[in-house]
Ligand binder design. Structure first.
Ligand SMILES: *Cc1c(COP(=O)(O)O)cnc(C)c1O
Length: 365
């Protein structure tokens, strides 16, 4: 059993993807160009954002968003304590201070109250993460941020295609970023990412920042980076995007099956707010005996993952911030309880039954 079965997905789209890659090879236009521009149109159309700028990764998409806002030394950026390292890494990389906030136990996401409490007169932005594929409560978070003149960035690396109150992830915050890392809900065959915004000034600046701050050939207005997407990835993504709406439905079906099987076994399935549609980048449960269960499953050929075993404030890389255990109790508890199960649009009911049976067995021994 695969944790995320990319082979099955490739077999389904093989001919079209091969043709798309060949098209790029024949064109010999490998960086940016028409394939990338077409993808950007299709992505912004899909999620209902005004503008899209694709990037070399989800991490660079976050970095470019902060650069676009002029984040630097002396600034604070609020980030969740419980997320992938990239969310906070880019803040520190620009010389700004990541201000960690604890998350909500039920949804794994930050709340407006936690954000409000962390805002100071140095706060430039808050990065909210739509963890595992579910958006946070944007209405209250946007209200709190706008009250204080703080920008909101959605780190939607795990939630492209998700919905919050009928609006798509990547169309709600001031800037939104996603990742096309192969294992993400919409994955390329290499690294890739994108920034979305409705703000045309941001859009123009992002286009320049992604390409060495260049506004016309060899005219550099900003200090930028090489953050460009390559055309082969764009071509692959354009094929995958066509199948993506159906894959999101398959994800709902598979999640519904896990939900029912787990409930039957007396295990709480992940909580999704009724106004949300999750894309389940991860299907993650909380288990008191997590390590025991994980070991049992892995011994029985069922791959699992822990997203994430250490809250970010306690990572060595952030030790200079001086955080101590006990400061982020919810993140700490989650990091010892969460277990992500094999999940992808093509997982079969037989595989899911096998996973849940194994969990039951692990718990009972
Ligand atoms: C994957 C991920 C990223 C980084 O994306 P890359 O494309 O791997 O750089 C950032 N934030 C979160 C929450 C992620 O899951």
């Amino acid at each position: 059993m695969e944790f995320i079965d990319l082979k099955k997905q490739y077999r389904r789209m093989e001919k079209e993807i091969d043709q798309a890659v060949k098209r790029v090879l024949d064109s010999c236009r490998f960086i940016l160009g028409p394939e990338v521009e077409a993808l950007e149109e299709e992505l912004s159309g899909f999620c209902g954002a005004g503008f899209c700028v694709t990037t070399s990764s989800g991490t660079d998409a976050l970095l470019l968003s902060l650069m676009c806002l002029g984040v630097g030394e002396g600034d604070e950026v609020i980030v969740p304590a419980f997320t992938f390292v990239a969310t906070a890494e880019v803040v520190a990389l620009l010389g700004a201070k990541p201000v960690f906030v604890d998350v909500d136990y039920r949804t794994f996401n930050v709340t407006a109250d936690a954000v409000k409490e962390a805002i100071t007169d140095r706060t430039k932005a808050v990065i909210v993460v739509s963890l595992y594929g579910q958006c946070p409560d944007f209405d209250s978070i946007m209200a709190v941020a706008e009250e204080s003149g703080v920008y909101v960035i959605e780190d939607a690396a795990q939630s492209f295609g998700a919905e919050y109150k009928g609006k798509k992830s990547c169309s709600i915050a001031h800037l939104s970023t996603t990742s096309f890392f192969p294992a993400k809900p919409l994955g390329a065959y290499g690294d890739g990412g994108a920034v979305f915004t409705d703000n045309e000034d941001f859009y123009r600046k992002l286009l320049a920042l992604r390409n060495h701050g260049q506004v016309a050939r060899y005219r550099h207005r900003y200090i930028g980076i090489n953050g460009r997407l390559d055309a082969i990835q764009a071509a692959v993504l354009r094929v995958k995007l066509k199948y993506f709406p159906q894959e999101i439905e398959l994800r709902q079906v598979a999640a519904g099956r896990y939900d029912a099987l787990l409930e039957e076994a007396g295990i709480e399935p992940p909580y999704i707010e009724p106004h949300n549609l999750s894309v389940y980048a991860q299907y993650t449960v909380k288990l008191k005996d997590r390590d025991k269960v994980a070991e049992f499953l892995n011994r029985n050929g069922i791959p699992t993952a822990i997203h994430y075993p250490i809250p970010l404030p306690y990572q060595e890389a952030f030790s200079c911030l001086g955080h101590r255990e006990g400061e982020f109790p919810v993140s700490e508890r989650l990091s010892s309880e969460v277990l992500s199960l094999p999940f992808h649009p093509y997982i079969t009911i037989e595989e899911q039954v096998r996973v849940v049976e194994a969990i039951k067995e692990a718990i009972s021994v």
